[in-house]
Design a binder for this molecule. Sequence first.
Ligand SMILES: C[S@@+](CC[C@H](N)C(=O)[O-])C[C@H]1O[C@@H](n2cnc3c(N)ncnc32)[C@H](O)[C@@H]1O
Length: 261
Amino acid sequence: MTATGAKPPGARDEAGAAKAVQQMFDSIAPRYDLLNHVLSANIDRLWWARTARRFNAILADPNAAILDICCGTGDMTMALLKRRPRGARPILAADFSRGMLSRGAQKFGAAAPDAPYAVLGTPYAIPLEADALHLPLRSESLDLVVSAFGFRNLANYEAGLREFHRVLKPGGQLGILDFSEPGGMLGKAYAVYFRRVLPAIGRAICGKDGPYNYLPASVGNFPPPSEMVSLMGATGYTGCAWRSYTFGIAGLYTATRAAVA
Ligand SMILES: C[S@@+](CC[C@H](N)C(=O)[O-])C[C@H]1O[C@@H](n2cnc3c(N)ncnc32)[C@H](O)[C@@H]1O
């Protein structure tokens, strides 16, 4: 393994890395959705929808227990909710940045009478302030764990996979959507956009330098798909695979917690 976890600038250990990531997302939370859609030209919506579609069978089961970890402002959660039947068990949507989570909660909060998911029987999500590496959830309690663009930010990738494995039921499914670095000529052109243009746009909209320099750096530090798939296998998952989205700019890792441990 070349990378063990996120390395935000200035962080000296895992606790420092987690703190820096949490503070960074709290600081960009008010502009996060706008920046996301501008910087990805709305392709992110297709990626969330495609990820949700991959887990259709589980989402269609009203009793399935589902966690969207690192849910941020909740767009992955909303894509999952679209595929839940009426009266379905609520999705748990967890994040350790209160700034990000509180914005997500406004989208899927069943408590607000005018919220889109307030109608009786309409699927909704429960926001949960929690650290992905220390989930306040029972072992073997979930049918599906999904994470979109959050896993790469964990201070320890192996510990994250182990924690998801702990909370998944035997036979439960894992889906991790994240960026990767495409190869070839397209990869070279994309690298110019991702490493130069994107941080400049991010800086202009957000008024800060750090977060949008961190994004390409964190993708560069993230293990390539072949290494991630090996790590998933070594952590006790079966059927580990990666599927490229949009020429490999992003991709979905999928795996199953083995039915017999
Ligand atoms: C790039 S955002 C992605 C948000 C959302 N899933 C999306 O697709 O737009 C990454 C999120 O991961 C969260 N995160 C990073 N490390 C975390 C951890 N250890 N525990 C919980 N949340 C974490 C951040 O707070 C942030 O909201």
